[in-house]
Design a protein around this ligand. Structure first.
Ligand SMILES: N[C@@H](CCC(=O)N[C@@H](CS)C(=O)NCC(=O)O)C(=O)O
Length: 359
């Protein structure tokens, strides 16, 4: 009888830290507790007996409270060049019951840091290997955050243009969540951004090997991954629904009227003689009052679109209104909507807004 087929995952990752620090991150309890598990998970307990034959175990908890326990024993320890250990899921949430796999780590000095090669072998199915690939990608992002002197800025890269309203929305989300990141200037439809976003729009986000596109997805990802809990998504069903409703409306109606057919007509004039196209602007100006009235009604006495505190919907609107206010007739139009103006002034006083001015 043939032995059942086994599948192997191989990953290479650069970590901006010396080899002994990377080695310690795998072989000490404090080290493992600082990074084990994909973003959004936390380690409740880590036990490590770093000797050949010694056991290790980590209990991780996801945001919804589910517990994941994984452990095994060390089969090789050659500080600081390599190590190997068995890997077996335990407990209630077990993606591979009864299966023991093997993790081998090789650490090479490279460019002032460490190139880490990981081989995780013994998967019973390609799907299990691919699921672990996703998990390890996110987990290694956390390892990099923990060891890189730049923290998450060594892993999280926002591609876009600081003048773009959608890029600013993503920057505001990163600022609200206190995430250190690297800003990589990319224009729409260039090879840089096309490598992340199949339709070439900005912004795009890289978190290590993980690429995220579309601003709403980026904002949700940032909110889910960083901090103790999501804070940009309202807690109640109705407020969460209003938040989604407004993001959809801003993306589908307000951006088109206020940015594409109004603000951009002044910034990149396409009318006769290189002047703004007045017909396009007038039509947009005629459509804006209905949108501003709906926003004004939604705010009422509150300063936020989807409840009594900030939500991601507010991060989509603020950069757009900031541009409308700067354009001829835009400021006067907004001034007619007292609730919109008051709420916008509140947003404009937040550090996430003041620190992301396009300049
Ligand atoms: N649906 C996209 C829209 C992004 C978008 O339209 N970005 C603008 C800059 S603010 C852009 O890439 N414009 C170039 C184009 O539309 O070709 C998202 O939510 O991220």
């Amino acid at each position: 009888m043939n032995a059942p087929e086994r599948f192997t995952l191989r990953m290479t990752r650069f970590i901006r830290a010396p080899r002994d620090k990377v080695f310690a991150a795998f072989t000490t309890e404090a080290g493992l507790a600082s990074w084990m598990g994909p973003r959004g998970m936390r380690v409740n307990a880590a036990q490590v007996h770093a000797e050949v034959g010694g056991a290790w175990q980590v209990e991780m908890q996801s945001r919804d409270g589910s517990l994941f326990v994984v452990g095994g024993h060390f089969t090789a320890l050659n500080r600081p060049a390599s190590l190997a250990y068995t890997w077996q899921w335990k407990g209630e949430h077990n993606p591979m019951p009864g299966v023991e796999t093997l993790v081998e780590i090789a650490l090479h000095e490279k460019d002032g840091g460490t190139e880490m090669q990981m081989t995780h072998s013994g998967f019973p199915a390609a799907a299990a290997r691919d699921g672990h690939n996703q998990g390890w990608s996110s987990t290694f992002n956390r390892l990099s955050d923990a060891l890189d002197p730049q923290g998450s800025a060594g892993t999280v890269v926002l591609l876009g243009d600081v003048r773009s309203s959608y890029t600013r929305t993503a920057r505001m989300a990163l600022a609200e969540k206190g995430v250190a990141y690297t800003m990589h200037t990319s224009r729409a439809h260039t090879p840089d951004i096309l490598a992340v976003h199949p339709f070439g729009k900005i912004p795009g986000l890289r978190d290590g090997d993980i690429a995220i596109w579309e601003t709403e997805a980026i904002v949700n990802y940032i909110d889910e991954c960083f901090g103790d809990a999501p804070t940009l998504r309202p807690g109640s069903i109705i407020e969460r629904t209003r938040c989604l409703q407004w993001i959809s409306s801003i993306n589908n109606y307000c951006y088109d009227t206020m940015v594409r057919r109004f603000v951009l007509q002044f910034i990149f004039p396409k009318g006769e003689g290189g002047k703004p196209d007045i017909a396009v602007i007038d039509k947009a100006l005629a459509e804006m009052p209905a949108q501003l009235k709906a926003l004004d009604t939604a705010y009422g006495t509150r300063d936020f679109l989807a409840g009594s505190s900030l939500s991601s919907a507010d991060l989509f609107l603020a950069p757009i209104l900031a541009y409308v206010k700067m354009m001829p007739q835009g400021g006067a139009l907004l001034a007619q909507y007292a609730n919109v103006m008051r709420a916008h002034d509140t947003m404009a006083s937040r550090p996430s807004f003041t620190n992301t001015q396009p300049g």
